[in-house]
Design a binder for this molecule. Structure first.
Ligand SMILES: Nc1ncnc2c1ncn2[C@@H]1O[C@H](COP(=O)(O)OP(=O)(O)O)[C@@H](O)[C@H]1O
Ligand SMILES: [Mg+2]
Length: 244
């Protein structure tokens, strides 16, 4: 039966989720999905609920209602440590580099070897981010913002994830660094088969990395979805949903 074909089943699905912080009802009925190997972005202004959406998926702030389904299994009530065993990596906005650990140790700690074609390894990370090799023995927390972002992405990749969630990876970084380092590595990740959910306010980068975009309005309500081509053709869509 066609509906049981794992090839067409979404790898990640949110069905009408409702998420709260205490009594604050932040996400009021959010539905979205990602196909396997797809790169999708969530675009929206500050405070609409983008980070809370990622926290809901990860079980850090689990939804009170609604369902989250990862690769066919409902994970909505699972603890975070179990959810990430489904192959989920998270690159938080604050990067959370472990202080007191070298660049190499930050990477080693996240290593999870998976059989398969050309898995991520320390060597592969260093070949994509040569600056990390040069700083291998340096305390990770002493790196520049851009280097810490590379380390945070590298660390996520060391787990050989199936789905990578990124929270505003371009935030606070010089445009040249975003264009020449962060964007190409994310494009390469998608080409190599990783499924990406990219939260951004930098729509220019999101358009280059992701092919489909969810435009989030207040209370986590998805105003609409659009392809990169649609966003390029109609600049009013971006203006209506982002501060540009
Ligand atoms: N820990 C928290 N406790 C209470 N309210 C929070 C907390 N974190 C975020 N919020 C509120 O939830 C809303 C959505 O926040 P967030 O998901 O961080 O938005 P975004 O990532 O889109 O900027 C905001 O109004 C924010 O003030
Ligand atoms: Mg946020």
């Amino acid at each position: 039966m066609v509906t049981n074909d794992p090839g067409i089943r979404p790898i990640l699905e949110l069905k009408d989720i409702q998420t709260y912080y205490g009594r604050s009802h932040i996400i009021q009925g959010l539905s979205m999905h990602l196909e396997k190997h797809e790169a999708v972005s969530i675009l929206g202004r500050n405070g609409v609920g983008k980070t809370t959406t990622l926290r809901s998926i990860l079980g850090l702030t689990p939804p009170r209602e609604g369902r989250i389904i990862i690769d066919g299994e409902e994970t909505s009530r699972w603890p975070t440590h179990r959810i990430i065993t489904k192959g989920i990596a998270y690159v938080p906005a604050e990067r959370h580099i472990f202080p007191g650990l070298s660049v190499e140790e930050n990477l080693k700690l996240a290593e999870r070897i998976k059989p398969g074609e050309d898995p991520w390894s320390m060597e592969k990370i260093y070949s994509h981010f040569p600056v990390l090799r040069a700083r291998e023995k340096q305390d990770g927390s002493t790196l520049s913002g851009g280097e810490q972002q590379m380390l945070a992405i590298g660390r996520a990749l060391m787990g050989n994830p199936i789905i990578m969630l990124l929270d505003e990876p371009s935030q606070g970084l010089a445009p040249i660094l975003v264009n020449q380092v962060i964007q190409p590595i994310l494009v390469m990740c998608v080409k190599s088969g990783l499924t990406l959910l990219l939260v951004e306010q930098n729509y220019r980068m999101a358009l280059q990395v992701a092919s489909r975009h969810y435009l989030m309005g207040i209370k986590g309500i998805m105003a609409r979805t659009a392809t990169s081509d649609e966003l390029l053709a109609d600049s009013t869509i971006i203006r209506d949903h982002l501060t540009v």
